[in-house]
Ligand binder design. Structure first.
Ligand code: NAI
Length: 488
């Protein structure tokens, strides 16, 4: 709809904007901020809290609580560095999770104030309520009391996000069975816990709980945990988890659980109902993916389509079938990552402004998982590259030989690079960079650039890595692919 068409709709109660964004998570607020920076008059509708899942029940609280886990580890390992407390041979720190929750909330509050200030600073009108898109680009905002506000705009961005998936037999009660929503607010660590789902969330929570001193069992339906990762990376995490006492069962089915006065007994086994194993725990954490909230955006009287999984259907430019209406973030079938949401929010504004941005490539976005050890990657896995028809050359190097890793006392993990094999048999274009080990989430940058710049091994191997750093291992892997390995 154009401005004159909107004006023709008339009605004094119809508020006009150039752009209305439904959903104030990373994808939605990125669209709002980008639109406002470009001079658009923007309205943003949020039914809960600005910052969305990422800020309130996702990335930020999870990483905050994982930092508590890292501090616990550091303190426990202090004597090995000659650091102690007079009179004590060992340092046995205790965890006060409720104090950690207070710290977590302070971080969240600070960031939420930041988002609010940014939106206010760019004159974005923020509406509190549930926005539902109807015909003619009109969004009805239900404020939970009183009359709805009706807003209309030439462009609408749907960014209604996702919510945790649940599974039959494990009704979420917030006490015995929780999803990430409830888990991230626990004030006490459980003694025995079953984590169902060995994806990014399940592995982060299992790792965190092991550091907190819980006895952790990770139950994964697929044949290996972290199924989207390169298999060498997933195996390295599994090995590290086993060493840390996390029990990992993959290729299993969970059948249900039987609560009692002291907790609950989870039933699982290799196949349906056969060889059932019983596991008594205090808490079950369900981390089996997130369901897109396409159905929460109204959409009656529009051409916007939602598929049977709940995703809003879009083309590569994130346009829905309704002209002028886009969808971004977890509600579309692209990686459910906050940084992908940011990128999509910015992309659609550039698209509506006619700047013809290049569509985002889901296969090369950066991934970071903050378990211990951490995982980070961009681009194709070895098996993914082969499946895609590439002839590949692969090299892996372990942190065990890296000076900085030894200094940190964190020698577990590796760097693996997947490159396309040239006609002469040598490694050429870099297709994938896969890291597992210390601080790899902060090391991925150059790997991400290498993949997305479509750089060759020779080009990247020519660069110097500072010494002593963890990133020397990335350089060493490139050197070895270029046929000039220095330390191996
Ligand atoms: P996920 O899709 O990454 O993993 C879910 C896992 O649960 C899969 O491995 C699946 O095989 C398993 N599963 C499904 N049903 C099961 C069942 N009945 N029994 C046992 N296992 C079962 O989803 P996750 O970990 O919940 O994360 C949701 C989204 O959030 C993902 O897209 C993820 O990438 C994103 N995320 C990313 C993070 C990061 O990058 N650090 C952190 C947290 C989430």
């Amino acid at each position: 709809m154009t401005r004159p068409e909107i004006a023709a709709l008339g009605g004094s109660s119809l508020v006009q904007h150039d752009l209305v964004v439904v959903g104030g998570g990373p994808a939605g607020y990125a669209a709002a901020l980008t639109g406002a920076a470009a001079g658009l008059d923007v309205g943003l509708v949020e039914e809960h809290l600005l910052g969305g899942t990422c800020l309130h029940v996702g990335c930020i609280p999870a990483k905050e609580l994982l930092e508590t886990a890292a501090v616990l580890r550091t303190v426990r390992e202090a004597p090995a560095f000659g650091v102690g407390i007079p009179g004590f041979d060992n340092i046995d720190p205790v965890l006060d999770l409720s104090a950690s929750q207070v710290r977590k909330q302070k971080v969240i509050d600070g960031l939420e104030r930041g988002v609010t200030a940014l939106l206010a600073g760019r004159d974005v009108t923020v509406y509190e309520g549930t926005g539902r898109l109807g015909a003619a680009h009109v969004v009805s905002i239900d404020h939970f009391a009183g009359d709805p506000t009706l807003v209309v705009a030439e462009h609408v961005v749907l960014a209604t996000g996702s919510s945790p998936r649940t599974i039959p037999g494990f009704d979420v009660d917030g006490t015995l069975v929780v999803t990430s929503d409830e888990f991230l607010s626990l004030s006490e660590a459980p003694q025995r816990v079953a984590v169902i789902g060995g994806g990014a969330i399940g592995c982060e929570f299992a790792s965190m709980l092991a550091d907190y001193g819980s006895s952790v069992t990770l139950l994964e339906a697929a044949s290996e945990i972290l199924s989207g990762c390169d298999s060498d990376v997933a195996k390295a995490v599994r090995r590290a988890f086993l060493k840390r006492g996390i029990e990992v069962h993959s290729g299993i089915a969970v059948h249900g659980h039987d609560p009692d006065s002291a907790g609950t007994t989870v039933r699982f086994g290799p196949t349906d109902d056969a060889d059932v194993t019983e596991l008594h725990v205090d808490l079950v954490v369900v981390a089996v993916g997130r369901r897109p909230r396409g159905d929460s955006a109204g959409l009656i009287g529009t051409r916007v389509a939602v598929d049977d999984r709940g995703f809003i259907e879009v083309d590569e430019r994130l346009r829905t079938a309704e002209p002028g209406v886009y969808a971004v973030g977890d509600v579309v079938d692209t990686p459910q990552l906050a940084h992908v949401g940011f990128a999509e929010g910015m992309f659609v504004v550039r698209d509506m402004l006619g700047e013809s941005p290049i569509p985002l490539d889901s296969t090369t976005v950066p991934w970071c998982i903050y378990s211990h050890p951490e995982v980070a990657f961009a681009g194709l896995t070895e098996s993914g590259a082969i499946e895609a028809g590439y002839d590949v050359v692969v090299s892996s190097h372990r942190f065990a030989g890296n000076g900085r890793a030894m200094i940190l006392g964190e020698i577990e993990g590796l760097v693996k690079v997947v490159a396309e094999k040239g006609l002469n048999g040598r490694a050429e274009r870099i297709l994938g960079v896969h890291l597992v080990g210390p601080w790899v989430t902060e090391q991925l940058g150059q790997g991400y650039l290498a993949v997305n710049w479509e750089a060759t091994v020779d080009e990247v191997a020519a660069f110097i890595q500072p010494h002593p750093t963890l990133s020397e291992l990335f350089g060493e892997t490139m050197l070895s692919l270029a046929g000039r390995a220095l330390h191996s």
